[in-house]
Design a protein around this ligand. Structure first.
Ligand SMILES: *Cc1c(COP(=O)(O)O)cnc(C)c1O
Length: 229
């Protein structure tokens, strides 16, 4: 659905206000970046959000990211790849030149990505995805292995610029379980700050305030921006 500027302005204001309320409980200096996830919405809405001041957008499929980056290449946008990356899409992703890949989820994928990047003489900023809630349906490395894997990727693959970690909150209504998954990720992030990590990407429409209170500094929000109420 194509939403009016007024509707999108209202939704965006609300989300930014909620982010502000949550981040101020962490510290005055805690700054949170909003990535608007556009996987279920029309390109027109992205233009409207650009006019409202938003610059960072996320897609979960390489093909759609690439198409949108092309259609909107008159605008100075940041494109974030947040979904699972299949090996056969690596070349397309490199061509799309994303601002940040959030979903690097194994050494094997890092190796495949590195080989393609090296062949093209390119680099890519990325986050290591952590399966903090240990859910079978989710991608990501196990929390107890995350620090070693992060360091191995940093050491072996110089085309991949590791910037931090990403997680998806536990899939449950139990706030305690969700909080635990964010806190697990936050602790890993804190350790990796010694290795240069600066990004802790966690929080979606249903749980971004909690994620921020647990230390997130990058949220990925879709449906809360595109609802029509
Ligand atoms: C879809 C998606 C989001 C946004 O989800 P909403 O609930 O619509 O805010 C965030 N992160 C990832 C990895 C996603 O796939």
């Amino acid at each position: 659905m194509i939403l009016s500027t007024e509707q999108l302005r209202k939704n965006l204001d609300e989300v930014i206000w909620n982010i502000e309320q949550a981040r101020i409980t962490v510290s005055e200096h805690h700054i949170v970046k909003l990535v608007i996830v556009t996987k279920y919405t029309e390109t027109e809405n992205i233009r409207t959000l650009y006019d409202l001041g938003q610059r960072a957008f996320g897609e979960s499929r390489v093909q759609q990211l690439k198409e949108r980056a092309e259609v909107l290449d008159d605008l100075p946008l940041e494109w974030h790849m947040i979904g699972r990356l299949q090996k056969n899409k690596i070349n397309h992703l490199i061509d799309a030149n994303p601002f940040l890949l959030h979903s690097l989820d194994s050494i094997e994928l890092a190796e495949a990505l590195h080989k393609r990047l090296e062949a093209k003489g390119r680099t890519m900023p990325a986050l290591l995805q952590i399966n903090a809630a240990r859910e079978e349906s989710k991608a990501g490395v196990a929390p107890e292995a995350a620090i070693d894997i992060y360091r191995e990727i940093a050491e072996r693959f110089d085309t991949i610029e590791l910037k931090g970690v990403m997680t998806i909150g536990a899939h449950t209504d139990d706030q305690n379980e969700i909080r635990k998954s964010f806190e697990t990720t936050r602790r890993i992030y804190e350790t990796l700050q010694n290795d240069g990590a600066t990004v802790c990407s966690m929080g979606m429409s249903g749980d971004y305030e909690l994620a921020i209170k647990c230390g997130s500094n990058m949220v990925r929000i879709g449906s809360a921006i595109f609802n029509n109420e």
